[in-house]
Write a protein that binds this ligand. Structure first.
Ligand code: ADP
Ligand code: MG
Length: 411
């Protein structure tokens, strides 16, 4: 019994190990197919070599991959497993094909319904609820089995003990592994993002500094030139145009490259009200131009120390993106700033083109832009600013429906 137990443990480990070694860094949709395939293989292996208990019954761990895939992936992902399970069970033959079919159908209908809620749980809760589910699953199986025993004798209780402990134990082990993998990859992603920000912000700080000097000098001389009496009207117009463009360049440099450290002269201790009002007034003409309605709501009394220019720029970038996402057919841009426990929350939602999961993952990477005239620096600046305030950004988006940015800043 011990050998088959170990063998089954190996089967269960198989997808985790193979996935971890070969596929962790591949694109998303491909990963999912691989995972479903590996889980199916595990299920089939578990069914082929069940654990033989001394009391004369077989226990197999086929429901462990099914439970995990149902909870993490929902109906669509577990469907192949469900089909393969029943085909293979039919092929294996023996008693109880119908019961197995009914039971697996029950599991297939019930369990994936909890998937959405399951995914939102914390890591620890996920482990314990998966363990609970597998406990209940075996429980139901044992209760149905108890009808075959004439009396609930010692044999039955031994069986109960073994199956419950193996199932729940295995589930806990495997879930701890899966959760650790998820945590590791999240940490790695966060680390990479902050490294990227560091590199870009250092680079942009020095570049913006270097460019600002010649800009100032040039615009100074052009100003002198425009006051000169010897140039004619036409020439003065050229000089003024050049000055305007230089001003624009100066703005771009200070706005788009202001990823650098917060500047002490801009630091304030405040509740974001002034900045929010300012950008609201600034953005409304731009919104009207694109048939976008702006709804604004401010409900915050919490205060925080921040660089006001950077916050303004950060909000402008977010709102501009929202409006640009709606510029073909108009829509509503909602800006909601409120307090929640000890956090200030910025919720910015649009009804624009939305993004796919892959696109969301690429947000905030330098020079990532899907727009013809995009710079791909707007979101980078947003991430960098929020990062400096120790806040976090959550993005919810659906293609064709719109996007919600949820920025939570602790005070
Ligand atoms: P840019 O606006 O110059 O393209 P950003 O860094 O501001 O650069 O944005 C990067 C990309 O993220 C955009 O090109 C767009 O594809 C996507 N994006 C950002 N915000 C939204 C949004 N609210 N709706 C849809 N797509 C968005
Ligand atoms: Mg932008």
């Amino acid at each position: 019994m011990f050998e088959t137990l170990l063998l089954n443990f190996l089967f269960i480990l198989l997808p985790v190990v193979i996935f971890l070694i070969f596929f962790e860094n591949r694109p998303n949709s491909f990963n999912k197919i691989i995972l479903i395939f590996l889980s199916t293989v595990t299920m089939v292996l578990c069914m082929t070599i069940p654990i033989k208990l001394k009391v004369g019954f077989n226990v197999d761990l086929r429901y462990i991959p099914i439970i995990i895939v149902s909870l993490f992936g929902g109906y669509k992902k577990v469907f192949p497993l469900y089909v393969v399970l029943n085909i293979y069970r039919y092929y294996l033959g023996g008693d109880g094909i119908l019961q197995s079919f009914i039971y697996s159908t029950g599991v297939f209908i019930l369990l994936p319904a909890f998937s959405k809620r399951f995914i939102q749980l914390s890591s620890k809760r996920r482990i314990s609820s998966a363990a609970l589910v597998s406990f209940l699953n075996v429980g139901v199986y044992l209760i149905s089995l108890s009808f075959y025993f004439n009396s609930l004798n010692r044999e039955f209780w031994t069986l109960t003990f073994y199956t419950l402990t193996t199932y729940t134990g295995m589930m806990i082990i495997i879930m701890v592994l899966i959760e650790q993998i998820i945590t590791n990859s999240k940490n790695r992603e966060r680390f990479l993002q902050s490294e990227r920000l560091n590199v870009v912000s250092e680079l942009s700080a020095s570049v913006s500094h270097e460019i600002r000097n010649p800009l100032t000098v040039t615009s100074g001389f052009l100003q002198l030139l425009s006051e000169s009496k010897t140039i004619n009207h036409e020439e003065r117009r050229y000089v003024e145009l050049s000055l305007q463009e230089l001003n624009r360049a100066e703005r771009i440099v200070s706005n788009y490259l202001s990823l650098a450290k917060p500047q002490s002269e801009n630091m304030v201790y405040s509740d974001f009200r002034e900045e929010a009002d300012y950008i609201k007034d600034l953005i409304i003409p731009y919104a009207t131009m694109h048939q976008v309605e702006v709804q604004f709501c401010f409900n915050n009394t919490l205060k925080k120390r921040y660089d006001k220019n950077q916050i303004q720029q950060c909000l402008i970038n977010l709102l501009k993106n929202g409006i640009e996402a709606m510029k073909d057919k108009g829509g509503t841009l909602i800006i909601d700033i409120f307090e929640q426990k000890q956090n200030i929350v910025f919720e910015i939602s649009d009804t624009g083109i939305g993004m796919t999961k892959e696109e969301i993952l690429r947000l905030g990477k330098p020079y990532y832009s899907t727009k013809e005239e995009g710079t791909g620096l707007g979101m980078l600046m947003v991430y960098s600013t929020v990062n400096k305030l120790k806040g976090k950004i959550e993005v919810e988006s659906e293609k064709g429906r719109g996007t919600i940015f949820l920025i939570t800043i602790p005070v």
